[in-house]
Each structure stands twice: as C-alpha cells, then as structure tokens.
Design a protein around this ligand. Structure first.
Ligand SMILES: [Cu+2]
Length: 204
C-alpha cells in the first residue's frame, strides 16, 4: 500500500513533464563534434508518414545549390533552377541506390526536373559535372517533418529543431553510421565506426 501511495504521489509531476515536452511540438537535437563535422546533416521522424509537397524546388546561385539539403517525398518532382550567370550540369551517381542520372546542360534561366525515384529513408547526393565543389543532398522521406542543412567547416556544435510531435528521430550525414535517437537519448556519432562526437535529443 505504501508503495502504491508513493507511486501515486509521483504520477502528476511525471505526467506534467511528458505533456510539457509534447506540447512544445518539436525535438531539439544537439550535435557535438570532436572531429571535423560532416558536410551536411538531416533529421526526420523514423517511420512517420504524412503529407509532403508534390514538387520541391532547388536553385543554383553563385555556383551553389540553394538550399544545399532538401526534403522530398517518394515520387515527388525535384525542380532544379539555374539562376546563375553560367551553365551547370546536374548529375547523381550512386551504385547502391541504382542512380546514374545526368540532367544535361542547364543554361542560365533554365529549369530541369527529375523524379525522386529512390527509396524513402535514403539521401541522394547530386553534383555538377562542371563545378565539382557543388553539392546537393536530397532526402527522400515520408516524414512530414524533416530538416537539413549544410555544416560549416570547423563548427563544433550544431542545434537542429525538428517540429512535430516528439518521437524517434533518424539522423543522417554523409557516411555517418545509421542512427536513430529516441527523445532524451544521447548516442555516439561514428563514421565507419570512428567516433566523431555525440548526438542528443531533448525530451522527457
Ligand atoms: Cu555547375
């Protein structure tokens, strides 16, 4: 009886904490790097499905894909504009994802399209055959909430805000070992087993 009473007296504060976290409608993910960070990072809810736009647009300005990381649903159309003063040649080559796509030369002012035709949960890098430094990462996911960004060199702490009801978060970066973060968890970040830092998701 005493233990039940003790539990009951605990319950309201625990419930309030859980509801408090959920009502914020977001998960804050903090990445702390002990080695040079990857070029880009993205997070989305693992296994979640929802409505996503049928078309996603990326621009090319000053030899840079803008934004550098985009989120797209399976089957969506990816539009790639060229607002630059020079031509670009967008391509994607990834044996594992069975991708060998060359969109050809895109003149200034042009708009090229392709289908997001690789599996959900996978990220396909695109580049430009003329400018090898150009990088675009397209995240294919069914999660209605997802965010990604290019990371600055030398950055040691990155905080991402993923909107939506808190739940397990999939964390992606180029060559990063697959990682799913439950709310409240802290896990090591590793590249092919080599530690490069930690990831923490806030939560109850
Ligand atoms: Cu280019």
């Amino acid at each position: 009886m005493a233990s039940i009473l003790a539990m009951t007296s605990w319950m309201p504060s625990v419930t309030a904490l859980v509801l408090g976290a959920a009502s914020l409608g977001a998960v804050e993910i903090t990445l702390t790097f002990t080695a040079p960070p990857p070029e880009a990072v993205a997070v989305w809810y693992e296994g979640r499905t929802g409505r996503l736009p049928a078309t996603v647009t990326v621009d090319q300005v000053e030899r840079t894909f803008t934004p550098a990381v985009v989120i797209a649903a399976p089957g969506a159309t990816l539009e790639i504009r060229n607002s630059d003063t020079q031509q670009h040649n967008v391509f994607a080559l990834d044996g594992r994802l069975k991708q060998d796509v060359d969109l050809g030369l895109g003149a200034p002012g042009s708009l090229l399209t392709r289908a997001v035709d690789w599996p959900a949960g996978e990220v396909l890098r695109h580049g430009c055959k003329i400018h090898p430094d150009m990088r675009l990462w397209v995240v294919c996911t069914t999660s209605p909430e997802a965010v990604g960004q290019r990371l600055e060199r030398g950055k040691r702490t990155v905080v991402l805000h993923l909107p939506g009801d808190p739940g397990p978060v999939r964390l992606w970066a180029p060559r990063l070992d697959p990682l799913v973060l439950a709310p409240g968890a802290t896990l090591p970040l590793t590249l092919a087993g080599r530690p490069i830092g930690t990831a923490h998701a806030d939560g109850p």
